[in-house]
Ligand binder design. Structure first.
Ligand code: ADP
Ligand code: 5GP
Length: 189
């Protein structure tokens, strides 16, 4: 059986990755979601093992020391996020396409490791104001965490050109139809 490949969906926080991920997973049976580990607390509606593996910081650090992560980053206010090496590698061997919803620097690291075996899609917000508005509307952030996410977004947007594909997430359905075409072309390449 042929090895699968990696699809990386990256954007600043609030860019629309979770929204697009749901749509991709419902449209493509051959795509599996890579469940990351994080030290942040679950939000309402998030399930352990489905959205993330929620870990105490000590456990996360143990996994870093064991080299269990393909990549990991410390993002906002010391919160850590990482892609588990074993789950990605096992699913690739089974021939699946693995979808990573990760931050911009993590995405560029994975792209460096996998080259043409990975597709990097940057989901760009129409503007920083719209991004802040969407984050506020999502209702998951305090003013403090919102501020740190927007400050980070300003830097992340500078990496746009390093991605294979860029999609502006203005109108949701228009953006998704572009993503669907990109993913479909990659799968059938
Ligand atoms: P991320 O996973 O990248 O942090 P989300 O998918 O949670 O982003 O999107 C952030 C918020 O913006 C959510 O409340 C989502 O419903 C909303 N959203 C996403 N895409 C659009 C869009 N094109 N138009 C309007 N709202 C959107
Ligand atoms: P949130 O706290 O909103 O779920 O995620 C915050 C940011 O962390 C998002 O940009 C998300 O894509 C990123 N993220 C989630 N999992 C990982 C991961 O495993 N590695 C990296 N580098 N970033 C991740």
């Amino acid at each position: 059986m042929k090895n699968g490949k990696i699809i990386i969906l990256a954007s600043p926080s609030g860019g629309g990755k979770s929204t697009m991920t749901k749509k991709i997973l419902s449209d493509f049976d051959e795509v599996k979601f890579s469940v990351s580990a994080t030290t942040r607390k679950p939000r309402q509606g998030e399930t352990d093992g489905e959205h993330y593996h929620f870990l105490p910081k000590e456990e996360f650090i143990k996994k870093v020391e064991n080299d269990d992560f393909l990549e990991w980053e410390e993002l906002y206010n010391g919160t850590m996020y990482g892609t588990l090496r074993r789950s990605v590698e096992n699913e690739l061997k089974k021939g699946y396409f693995i979808l990573l919803d990760i931050d911009v620097l993590g995405a560029l690291n994975v792209k460096k490791m996998y080259g043409d075996e990975a597709l990097g899609i940057f989901l760009a917000p129409p503007s920083l104001d719209v991004l802040a508005e969407r984050l506020r509307h999502r209702g998951t952030e305090t003013e403090e965490t919102l501020h740190s996410r927007i400050e980070r977004a300003k830097k992340e947007i500078g990496y746009t050109r390093r991605f294979d594909e860029v999609v502006v997430n203005d109108d949701l359905e228009t953006a998704y139809s572009q993503i669907k075409k990109i993913v479909s072309n990659f799968i059938n390449r």
